[in-house]
Design a protein around this ligand. Structure first.
Ligand code: SF4
Length: 386
C-alpha cells in the first residue's frame, strides 16, 4: 500500500484494560484499519473521567470515558466500545458514554462491538468499520487476535511466577515489559509464534530463588478491575514484592473461551461452566457482572487448598456487592482466608498496601502453623509405629 493510501486509513481506539490494546491493535491492522492506542490510563485519564461522569457510577465507566476523551484529543476518528445486554450497568454504558461525548462536543464516531454476540458480533463490527464483507480476512484477524490474547495472559502468568521468586526486585517486570514489545510488533501469526518464543525466553531468564517460601493467592472480582493494573493499583506487582504468586481468575482469555471460541475448540471446563457447578450452593443464578464466577472462585480456591483469595471490585458495583455479602456465609463451610477490597478514585495507596501486608502476614502465619501441626502429626504417627 502506498504512503498516501496509508494516511487515509481510519483510526480506531478502544479503551484500555491491562494489555488488551496489543490484541485489538493486531486485529485492526489486519483488516486495514489504523489502531489508535490512547495514552495508558493515568491520573489525568481518571480526573477527566471523574469530571464528566455521574458521581455514583462505577470506576470502569469513568476510566473508559477518560480513555475516549484522551483518544479523541489525540486524533482518533472512531472510539469503539464493548457493549453487553448485561443485567448490570454495563448494558447502559454504551449509550451513556456516547451521550456524554456528544454533550462535551466531541465529534468522533462512536461504534459498538457486541462481544456477547460471539463471532457474529465480531464479524458485524469489522464489517461496519471497514464497510466491506471479507469473511476470510476477518477470520484471520479474529484468530490472530485470540492467539495474541492467550499469549498475553500466558506471559502474565509467567511474570507472576517469576516476580514472587526474583532475586533482584523488579527484574521480572523489566523483562516482561521488554517481552511485551515482541507482541506489539507482531504483524502476522508467524510473528506471534516467534514473539511467544522470545517473550517466554526473556521472562524465564529472570534469576530466582527456588527455595523461597511463596504464598499462592487467587485474585477474583469484577473483570475490568482484576485485569487493569491502574484501577487495581497494580495489586499483582505489590503482592509479588511480598513473595506472593497470584493467579487472576478472570482474564480476557477465559472470557473468550466462554463467549467467543466455539465449543469444539475448547479444552476442559470453562470458567463459566465451573462457576455454574461450584457457585450453586451459595448463589442460584446469574445476577450480572462476574458475581457467579467470583462466588465459585472462592469455592474453587478452597478446593485447591491455596493460601487465600482476594476479591476486588469497584465501589457501587451491584453484582460484586452481592458477592461480598455471600462470602460471610461461605466462610461457615469453607476454610480459606478472603480479603474483599473495594476500589474507587479515592482509594489511597498507603492504606491499601497496609491491608495487603496484613493479609499476607495472616496467610503466612496460618501456613506455618498448619505445616508445624502436620509435621507434629507425622512425628506422633511415626513414634506409634516404632
Ligand atoms: S459489573 Fe459492576 S463495575 Fe462492571 S459495569 Fe457492572 S456494575 Fe459496573
Amino acid at each position: 500500500m502506498s504512503k498516501k493510501a496509508e494516511k487515509k486509513k481510519i483510526k480506531v481506539a478502544f479503551p484500555h484494560m491491562g494489555t488488551i490494546s496489543y490484541a485489538w491493535a493486531y486485529a485492526l491492522r489486519k483488516v486495514g484499519v489504523e489502531p489508535f492506542v490512547p495514552p495508558y490510563t493515568s491520573k489525568k485519564t481518571l480526573s477527566l473521567g471523574v469530571k464528566h461522569s455521574p458521581e455514583a457510577i462505577c470506576l470502569p465507566y469513568k476510566l473508559i470515558l477518560g480513555n475516549f476523551i484522551e483518544a479523541i484529543d489525540g486524533g482518533t476518528d472512531y472510539v469503539a466500545m464493548l457493549s453487553s445486554p448485561g443485567i448490570c450497568r454495563l448494558g447502559e454504558y454504551g449509550s451513556c458514554i456516547k451521550n456524554a461525548l456528544k454533550d462535551l462536543g466531541y465529534e468522533a464516531n462512536y461504534i459498538e462491538l457486541r462481544l456477547y454476540d460471539g463471532i457474529k458480533g465480531l464479524f458485524s463490527f469489522l464489517k461496519e468499520l471497514t464497510g466491506k464483507n471479507r469473511p476470510i480476512l476477518f477470520t484471520r484477524a479474529i484468530i490472530g487476535m485470540i492467539k495474541a490474547v492467550f499469549l498475553l495472559d500466558d506471559m502474565e502468568k509467567l511474570l507472576f511466577y517469576y516476580s514472587a521468586r526474583e532475586i533482584t526486585p523488579g527484574d521480572a517486570e523489566k523483562r516482561y515489559k521488554k517481552a511485551l514489545t515482541y507482541v506489539r510488533d507482531a504483524r502476522t501469526q508467524k510473528d506471534l509464534k516467534m514473539a511467544k518464543k522470545k517473550a517466554f525466553a526473556e521472562i524465564k531468564a529472570t534469576p530466582i530463588d527456588k527455595n523461597r517460601e511463596v504464598l499462592y493467592v487467587d485474585i477474583t472480582g469484577e473483570i475490568y478491575i482484576v485485569c487493569d493494573e491502574f484501577s487495581n493499583q497494580d495489586i499483582a506487582r505489590e503482592l509479588g514484592k511480598m513473595g506472593v504468586q497470584v493467579r487472576k481468575t478472570l482474564t480476557v482469555s477465559s472470557f473468550l473461551k466462554d463467549a467467543i471460541i466455539p465449543k469444539i475448540f475448547r479444552k476442559g471446563e470453562t470458567h463459566l461452566q465451573r462457576a455454574n457447578r461450584l457457585a450453586k450452593p451459595f448463589l442460584m443464578r446469574d445476577i450480572g457482572g462476574d458475581s457467579l464466577e467470583c462466588v465459585s472462585d472462592v469455592a474453587y480456591a478452597d478446593e485447591r487448598g491455596i493460601d487465600g483469595i482476594i476479591h476486588i471490585s469497584p465501589f457501587t458495583c451491584m453484582p460484586e456487592i452481592m458477592s461480598q455479602n455471600i462470602f460471610p456465609n461461605m466462610r461457615e463451610n469453607l476454610d480459606i482466608p478472603i480479603l474483599p477490597l473495594i476500589m474507587d478514585e479515592q482509594t489511597g495507596k498507603a492504606g491499601y498496601i497496609t491491608r495487603l501486608e496484613a493479609f499476607v502476614d495472616l496467610m503466612r502465619r496460618r501456613k506455618r502453623r498448619r505445616k508445624s501441626e502436620a509435621d507434629k502429626n507425622v512425628a506422633e504417627t511415626t513414634q506409634k509405629v516404632d
